[in-house]
Design a protein around this ligand. Structure first.
Ligand code: PEP
Ligand code: MN
Length: 264
């Protein structure tokens, strides 16, 4: 089944790219990023206003100010916005500003939060828990569906394994598996899956080639100065190159899907 966020459709013919910074840092940063990714083919804007950080002393995001800046970036570019909601008490507030609610990897399994998010009826981007099996992702998706909300896009964002060369291990096989087991669109997050800027374009190509429904990727106008996840953020030039390199792989599927849609 396909999931709509405004005019954008996940699980339709198109390969949908969501791009933006790990965190909203300032008006200038989010507007420059939003305009930059929009003109390079992104269809949605990402950006954290409330950030789940490993250390409580790291930058936690701008909070409601970040939500307001995301809404401003949407007005400037027309890009719908996805942003993370970390706590059940923030669902209503985030829902006022976002077009899609992101349930982060650390929150998959926070049933109170997922219940509150589900009953808004808004589209949900459900990221795979970093230690979650494929079966557990299916259960989490079913939990949301059972609350009357079928508008779920799943996201493979890498899982913890014994490997240390990358931040996580990208379980690319989970993409067709989750599509088959749930019938839901599945996108890939090559930024958190690898943690390494140079590995993002090849993983993006792999995602497109295996038939993922899209990508969510971290982009920053000046990655080396980013307040979070700079090492895994693409510059606008890098993003442009990734989009071009990925095109032929995504094209195979857009062709095939539009034929399937035509017969549907
Ligand atoms: C994010 O996408 O902003 C994020 C924190 O990712 P994850 O929940 O997958 O770690
Ligand atoms: Mn990040």
């Amino acid at each position: 089944m396909s999931v709509r966020v405004g005019k954008i459709e996940f699980g339709g013919a198109d390969f949908v790219v969501i791009a933006g910074p790990c965190a909203v840092e300032s008006e200038h940063q989010i507007l420059e990023t939003a305009q930059g990714v929009a003109s390079r083919g992104a269809k949605m804007l990402r950006g954290g206003a409330y950030k789940p950080r490993t250390s409580p002393y790291s930058f936690q995001g701008l909070g409601v100010e970040g939500l307001k800046l995301l809404a401003k970036a949407r007005r400037a570019t027309g890009l719908p916005v996805v942003t993370e909601v970390m706590s059940d008490t923030l669902v209503e507030l985030v829902a006022e500003y976002a077009d899609m609610l992101q349930i982060g990897s650390r929150s998959m399994g926070n049933w109170t939060l997922m219940d509150r998010a589900a009953v808004t009826g808004m589209p949900i981007l459900l990221k795979r828990g970093m230690t979650a099996t494929v079966e557990e992702v299916v259960e989490a998706a079913n939990f949301i569906r059972q609350r009357g909300n079928p508008n779920i896009v799943l996201c493979e964002r890498g899982i913890r394994t014994f490997g240390t060369a990358t931040r996580n291990t990208c379980d690319i096989v989970a993409v067709p598996l989750l599509q088959k087991l749930t019938g839901l669109p599945v996108i890939v997050d090559p930024s958190h899956a690898t943690g390494v800027r140079e590995l993002i374009p090849p993983v993006a190509r792999a995602a497109a080639a295996i038939g993922a429904d899209g990508l969510i990727v971290e982009v920053h106008p000046d990655p080396d100065c980013a307040r979070s996840d700079g090492e895994q953020s693409l510059s606008l030039d890098d993003f442009e190159e990734m989009m071009q390199d990925m095109q032929p792989f995504a094209h195979v599927w857009t062709e095939r899907r539009s034929r399937m849609c035509a017969y549907a």
